[in-house]
Design a protein around this ligand. Structure first.
Ligand SMILES: [Zn+2]
Length: 238
């Protein structure tokens, strides 16, 4: 495996998924073997948010509590150091499907979280003027919005819900003239990752897929690196 040679790229987009956080001892809730996955899945139906709020806060409260003891691993640190080293002279857009905040904890700034964040809450009232906010409190009862008094919910994209529009817009803009697209620790064939790689190919980018297992069937990616993100990234990201 040759190191990346970051200096030849101008506009890089990196997508990360559960595989990046696996070595930290947790999987995001869409991942294959999250310890709190079951409980979270049961309360993650976007069609039933309002009726599920008390159970949702119990489950997400536990997940938040869990998260406070979890540390970033070598994959998160490698990405953060790489961004710091190279990010001043080129655009590096870090996009994650993870909701665990571990990229930020490792020192990455400007992380685009397309599934939201376990460490944020937001108002359920669509007409409320409040914005999602940082909230690490473990709520035992449904918390209420300080602006409009409606119940709050975790700022996480649930099943049947659309991805946050501003985050998706930011990613699409970056993909439009990207010359390198890296997909790390995520299957890459599920939407929106599958659309991201197609957009990157359309823009003429080099496309690299890094995951524990190669994709089944024909891969849209030009190159594949098989292995653990925390083992490969420190050497690969020069
Ligand atoms: Zn509100």
């Amino acid at each position: 495996m040759k190191p990346l040679q970051t200096h030849i790229y101008r506009n890089i987009v990196v997508l990360t998924g559960a595989g990046v956080s696996a070595a930290s001892g947790l999987s995001t809730f869409r991942g294959p073997d999250g310890r709190w996955q079951h409980e979270l899945l049961a309360v993650s139906d976007g069609h039933r948010v309002m009726e599920m709020l008390p159970e949702m806060w119990r489950a997400y409260g536990k997940a938040r509590a869990n998260l406070s003891g979890v540390q970033p691993n070598a994959a998160h640190f490698a990405l953060a150091n790489w961004q710091q080293k190279w990010g001043a002279e080129r655009q590096i857009t870090l996009v994650t499907q993870n909701v665990d905040g571990l990229h930020q904890k490792a020192g990455s700034s400007d992380v685009t979280e397309i599934h939201g964040s376990l460490l944020e809450s937001r108002c359920t009232n669509p007409h409320c003027e409040s914005k999602p906010f940082f909230d690490r409190e473990i709520h035992t009862e449904v918390p209420m919005c300080r602006v409009c008094g409606a119940p709050l919910r975790p700022n996480i994209t649930l099943f049947h819900e659309a991805l946050p529009l501003d985050a998706i817009t930011r990613v699409k803009r970056a993909l439009r003239d990207c010359d390198l697209f890296l997909s790390i620790g995520t299957s890459g064939v599920v939407s929106p990752a599958s659309e991201f790689v197609r957009a990157a190919i359309y823009a003429g980018a080099r496309t690299i897929y890094l995951n524990l297992t190669p994709l089944d069937g024909p891969s849209p990616f030009a190159e594949t690196l098989v292995g653990r993100a925390e083992e490969i990234l420190p050497a690969f990201l020069d």
